[in-house]
Structures are given as C-alpha cells and as structure tokens.
Design a binder for this molecule. Structure first.
Ligand code: ADP
Ligand code: MG
Length: 297
C-alpha cells in the first residue's frame, strides 16, 4: 500500500483541496483509495459534508492501543473512502509528549492489512506530533505550495522537517515532493516563486501545476468532489494529471536526491526583482502544464 502524507507547515496552501482531489482522481482511475483526516479541526471532513463521528470511528484510533483503522467503518465518498477527523485528536495531541509517541500511526498500520492501494493523510498546518506520526508512517510526502512568499517559506520548512524525519525516524520515506497549487498565470509573483522552487528543488517539484479553479474551492453534496460536478473543468484536469505524475514517481519508489534546499538569498533577490502583480494582469492565464490525461466526455 502506498502511504502518502500531505504536509505544509503554512495553512491555506491547498493541502486539503489536494488531498480530496488526488484521492478522487486516483479513485476514479481505478485505485482503491483511503483518505484519513488527521487535522483536529476537521476541515477536510467538513468539506466533504461528513459529520464528526464518535472518536472510535475516526482517525483518532491510530493513537489507541487496541484499535486500528481496520476497525473503523470508513465513509464512502465518490471514488474513495474517508476516515473522518475527530476533536478527540486535540486531546490526544496534548497527551502525546514522549519521543516514542511519533510511532503510533506506523505501529497501528503494521497491525492491520487494509484493502486499499493508496492511503493519504491530510495534516494540519503545523509541526505537531500528529503530522510527525503521518510522516513516520509514510513512504511519501507531498508538499502543496502556492507560489507566494509565505507558503514557499512554509514549504521549505516542511521540506527540512521531512528530511529530518527521513534521516532520524523513517529511512523508508522518499524525498518530499512539491505540488504547485492555486497558480494564477496572470501573476508575475507566482511565476517568479514557481521558477525559484524549480531552481532549488528540481527534480522534486511535480511538472503538473494546479491552476486556480472555482470548481475546486466549492463544497458539494456529501462525499462528492469537483470530479462529480465539473469533470471537464481545469481543476479536475490538473488534479488528474498530478495524480498520474505522482503515481509514476511513487511506483518507482519515489526519489532520493542530493537536493538540500534552502537558499535564503533567493528570497531576498526575489523580493527585489518580482514585478508587482498588476504589471501583467492582462497576460493570458496558464495553459495546462502537463496534458497527460483528459477526461472521457
Ligand atoms: N486551485 C485552487 N483554486 C482556487 N481555490 C483553491 C485552490 N486550491 C485551494 N483553494 C482554496 O484555498 C483555500 C485553502 O485551501 P486548503 O486546501 O483548505 O488549504 P490547506 O489545507 O493547506 O489549509 C480554500 O478555500 C480552498 O478552497
Ligand atoms: Mg487543510
């Protein structure tokens, strides 16, 4: 089973949107996908119109001694199954304060065989014991990042956290990958930060970028996503392409590179040279970045 965490220490960078739509894309492509909401605030669960279940039917079971995800009846969504979040995660997070408390999720997954090809963890926008558990239990990490100053800083910090987990706690974790999200082709700043990420982190930046799309930011009826409501839209096209690209990398075991990241001088340079966004507001929007997949009409 492929286990992948979506992380970025900065909020609002498209983690939850990516988790939902990658799950749907992979699911509609025929893979058996389980999506677990590890954010105590449960935005993903609510985005899918699912009520908070009792803790024993939520992702909180990962941190219980005698239960595993196999004991939870997942919520069937369109193309994938969901293990919802619970507010109990907040209490659990406070109680997990010993060094070995980062191992709960990994141990829990070892104790059960889940009938899925892919397990995705959506995490909160912070370095918490829950997100560390997700990284320790994962073979892969994807960092969704909108190409703007703060999300990029958050992404760089997350990259360093994932590399630390890889070197100290989980040698099976491949190098973290980046997914550019909510990219606006009319913004010069977006182009500049995207270019910077490629310069510092290639080949870890997926070629597919997710463009801004209203269909992706909407909430639909219970358990459905943009794939059910806007199949031919650019949001679904981009996530289908990203899922396809991601799967190709992951199936080869992911990447292990010499990339160390971090060149603070680049940020200073960028802040000086980046044109104001309205300078090119009339520029045409981006074409799809990687026309790998197109929806069946
Ligand atoms: N490609 C996109 N186009 C338009 N809006 C987006 C896109 N991706 C995310 N959003 C919106 O941006 C906000 C933050 O996204 P979200 O996935 O919740 O981020 P995170 O989980 O990292 O906090 C949400 O309102 C979401 O609907
Ligand atoms: Mg989120």
């Amino acid at each position: 089973m492929i286990v992948l965490s979506l992380c970025n220490h900065k909020g609002g960078t498209g983690k939850t949107t990516s988790a939902v739509h990658l799950a749907a894309a992979l699911g509609h492509a025929g893979h058996r996908v389980l999506l677990a909401d590890l954010d105590p605030q449960g935005f993903l669960t609510r985005t899918l119109g699912v009520d908070e279940p009792p803790p024993e039917q939520s992702s909180a079971v990962l941190f219980e001694m005698n239960r595993t995800l196999g004991d939870v009846a997942p919520v069937a969504c369109s193309g994938f199954d969901l293990i919802p979040s619970s507010m109990a995660l907040t209490r659990i997070m406070r109680s997990l304060n010993k060094p070995h408390d980062v191992l709960w999720a990994k141990d829990s997954l070892r104790q059960t065989t889940l009938p899925y090809d892919v397990l995705l963890f959506d995490t909160a926008a912070a370095v918490t014991v829950l997100s560390l558990n997700a990284l320790v239990a994962s073979g892969f990490c994807l960092i969704p990042v909108t190409p703007e100053h703060q999300p990029v800083l958050g992404a760089e910090q997350t990259f360093q956290t994932a590399k630390l987990v890889q070197s100290k706690l989980n040698p099976d974790l491949a190098d973290p990958m980046f997914l550019l999200t909510a990219v606006d082709g009319r913004k010069g700043t977006h182009a500049a930060y995207a270019e910077m990420l490629h310069r510092v982190y290639d080949p870890l930046v997926l070629r597919t970028a997710i463009r801004t799309s209203t269909a992706l930011s909407r909430t639909y009826s219970r358990g459905t996503t943009a794939f059910d409501h806007d199949l031919a839209g650019r949001g679904t096209l981009d996530y289908a392409n990203a899922a396809d690209e991601l799967l190709r990398v992951v199936r080869h075991g992911g990447l292990r590179t010499a990339v160390t990241g971090r060149d603070p001088s680049l940020h200073a340079t960028l802040d000086r040279v980046t044109p104001p966004d309205d300078a090119d507001a009339d520029a045409p929007d981006l074409p799809p970045s990687a026309p790998v997949w197109s929806p069946v009409e």
